[in-house]
Design a protein around this ligand. Sequence first.
Ligand SMILES: NC(=O)c1ccc[n+]([C@@H]2O[C@H](COP(=O)([O-])OP(=O)(O)OC[C@H]3O[C@@H](n4cnc5c(N)ncnc54)[C@H](O)[C@@H]3O)[C@@H](O)[C@H]2O)c1
Length: 338
Amino acid sequence: METIRDFNFGGFPCRAALYSPQELYPAETSLFVGDRNTATLVSRPSGSAEVILEPGEKAKQWPAVDTILKKAMDLGMARDSLICGAGGGVVTDMTAFAGSLYMRGCRVVLIPTSLLAMVDAALGGKTGIDAGVYKNMIGSFYPAEEVRICPELLQDLPEKEYWNGMGEVFKTAMIGDQELMEILVRDRNRVKAREPELLGEIIRRCILVKGSLVEEDLREKGRRAFLNLGHTFGHALEAASGLDWSHGAAVIWGTAKALDAAVAMGLADAAWAESLKKLFLDYGYELKATVAPEAMLEAMKMDKKKKGGRLRYIIPAGPQDIRIEYLEPEFVLEILKA
Ligand SMILES: NC(=O)c1ccc[n+]([C@@H]2O[C@H](COP(=O)([O-])OP(=O)(O)OC[C@H]3O[C@@H](n4cnc5c(N)ncnc54)[C@H](O)[C@@H]3O)[C@@H](O)[C@H]2O)c1
């Protein structure tokens, strides 16, 4: 085990650490939660109590949490008992949510198994479920006491999921780690080859950026919102395209639109913005969307990251220079049409 950092998220201590596959499972676990794809990735003693969920976003609803809570009750778990959730962001969000509810909060350790969950979802205390079609409508802030990361688990992650997570890596590099951006520019072939050592370094850097923003602002009153870079545009594309776009690809497309907005507002240097868009294209991301701009604007109006009725955008003004701006719908439509 190698500690990445010990964080304090609003009074909740949280350790992020790198583990080998053999030492990944916490010995004190009372209840293990995984999905059908991820449960097999973590070896654990035979006969361990477990809840194995259906994989994917569709399962991220109340019945899954109910199943976890009932199992915890059947086992007679106490408040100091430990639930361990191993999976992508769906499993880590739901396990931590169930943990926040059980006896008003029991111990939770998360083992993220997708790249997205390692660099983003498992760290930072946002937990929750979807309510019907409404994403992450019900939830809590409840950081896990430990996030155990094993980059070797990424070797069998489906290609689409890998590039999904890499979208959040680009976002994190733009927000807070110029050296990570340089790694992404320089080591493209190693990134594509999923070299475990390089992935360990990339994940470690993402954890440090996200963790320090969350330490400063657990409840997203200020700078934590930087982590939504590319998300207001990206969510609108996801919603208006009927979820044809994967989340990570939509975040990259949305980041490119945020760069266009920054240049149009006179905040960002056009050559810098173009160099980033070229990098995204070189990595195989799509920067053209065949979705009606008006439909995307409507979807944005539904986005919950509104404040006082105005739409809030995270705008990259330069390397590590991120601004929160409120934009007029007419301007946003022009950017969407470009
Ligand atoms: N809490 C937060 O701060 C936060 C941040 C970002 C995203 N999220 C949430 O994360 C979720 C998305 O997470 P995701 O992209 O990991 O999706 P996911 O959990 O659905 O995982 C994607 C797929 O990959 C499979 N999988 C995971 N790890 C694997 C591995 N190592 N090998 C093979 N298959 C594997 C899963 O079974 C699933 O089928 C969303 O619900 C989103 O709301 C939460």
